[in-house]
Design a protein around this ligand. Sequence first.
Ligand code: 2NL
Length: 350
Amino acid sequence: MPDPGKAFTQKLTDLVPEFERALDQVSSLKDLEDLRVKYLGRKGLLAAKLASLPTLPPKDRPLAGKTANQIKSELQGLFLKRRSSLEGARADATLARFDPAMPGRTPNLGSLHPVTLVTEEICSVFRGLGFEIVTGPEVETDFYNFEALNIPPEHPARDMQDTLFITDSVVLRTHTSSLQIRTMQKRKPPVAAVAPGKVYRRDSDLTHTPMFHQIEGFLVDRDASMAELRGTLTSFLQQTFGPDTKVRFRPSFFPFTEPSAEVDISCMMCKGKGTVKGKTCRVCKQTGWVEILGCGMIDPEVFKAVGYDPDAYSGFAFGLGVERVAMLKYGIGDLRMFFENDVRFLRQFA
Ligand code: 2NL
C-alpha cells in the first residue's frame, strides 16, 4: 500500500544528489545564480514539491514538513559552499594576472613654477631677517604707483612707452613699490616688509615681457642706516647665492631713494673669474660681476606722502626682478622659458 508521506519525503530527498550534480557542472557565478533560482527560487523545484504538502494526510504532515526544512537548508548549504569556491577561483585568477614585478604607472605630478619657487625662497629669507610679507592690488592709482614715490607728472618713468594705462589716473602697477606705500600708510614705524608680485610694463622683446615679477622690500625706523641696508642685503644675497658670494655697491639713481645704489654680486657662473674653461663667461661678459638689485635710503618726499615725519625717521628700500634671479640661480639663458610653460622645462623644478 502506497505511503503518501514516504513518497513525498523521497521526492524531496532525491533533490539533493540532483542539485549536487548540477552544481558540479556550473563554472560561473552567473550560471550558479540561474541554478539557485531553478532549485531554491520562489517558483523553483523545491517550492513546487512543497506545494503538495497540504494534500498529505494530516498525520504525515509534521514529519514531511520537518524533512522539507532539512532539505531546504541542505540545498542552501551546498549552494553557499559552491559559491564561495567559485568566488575564490575568481580572486585567484585576478591575482594570477597581477604581476608584482611590473613597474608601476607613474602619476603625472605637477610642480611649482621656478618664479614661484624663487619668490618663496626669497620671501622666506627675508622672513628670517624679521620682515613681514605683504600683497595687494595689481591695478593701482596714479598716487600709489607714481605720486607718493616722488615721481612727478612730467617724470620720464611715467612715459607712455613704459606704463599700461587703464584710465588717465589708473594704471597696471609698474613696480610693487605701490604696495609698500600702502603698507607705510597703514602702519607706524618701526616697520619692515617685503612685497612680492606681478608688475606690468609696455615692453616686449627678447629680454622684456609685458608682465614680470618683482620683490621690493623696505624698513623704516628711528635710525635705519645705509650700513644696515648693506648688512641686510649681503645676508640675503649670501643665503640665496651661496656663502662665498661677494657683494659690491655702485652709486645709482632712483626717484624714490637718496642716495641710491645698484648692487652687484660676484658671478655665480665663473666664480668671479670672468672666464669658464678659458672662454669668456656668458653670464657676466668677463667682468666677474652681475647686477642683481637696486636700493637706497628712502627719499624724505616719500615719507611726506605717507605722513611719516622725515626728521624723526629714516629707512631703506630695495627692489629686484624675480625672473632675473631665477635665470642666474638656475643658469637659464632665455627669459621666454618662464612664459612658454613647456612641461619639459617646468618638470626640471619638480
Ligand atoms: C630695481 C630698483 C628699487 C625701491 C626699489 C622703494 C620703495 C619705496 C620707497 C623707496 Cl616705498 N624705494 N623701492 C628703492 C630702490 C630701488 O628697485 O632695480 N628694481 C628692479
